[in-house]
Design a protein around this ligand. Sequence first.
Ligand code: SME
Length: 168
Amino acid sequence: MFVENTNTGIIPEKEIFENLLKDMESLLEENTPPLSNISNFISLINDAFRKISWIGFYFAKNDILYLGPFQGKVACTKIKIGNGVCGTSAEKRETVIVEDVHKFPGHIACDSGSNSEIVIPIIQNSRLIGVLDLDSYSFSAFSEIDKIYLEKLVKLLTDKVNFESFTI
Ligand code: SME
């Protein structure tokens, strides 16, 4: 699949992700607070893809996901685990790809322009830290390739950043 990169024109999506992995590796700093790393993590991914209309983190505390750093329009601040796409991903601890959000039962519409979505759970030492949520104004914007590479990026994050004492 070929996509339009924000900076460099049309290049294969895999290539964009491979470059992102390398850049992320040097961007993330060990011994730096999670919020600082997460803010840069989101910015780097957002800058690489025009298809993203919103990208951000929700952090888990008890049975609620709370809005964390993001890029895009204002969003809902609390989502119950089990609700919406984010809550479903958090509950199942699985990545969820939604090709058409209007067909997803219980989808929470923060931005009515959003048409597709992918949510990746963030888990460290078996603890659910939260989820990474990406939205697009295009239908079916996210594929298996996005799933594979976004999971790799999240793995890089949880390998480098210690969330042990982090609470929202
Ligand atoms: N659509 C999400 C809510 C979060 S926003 O997209 C930023 C959901 O259904 O969980």
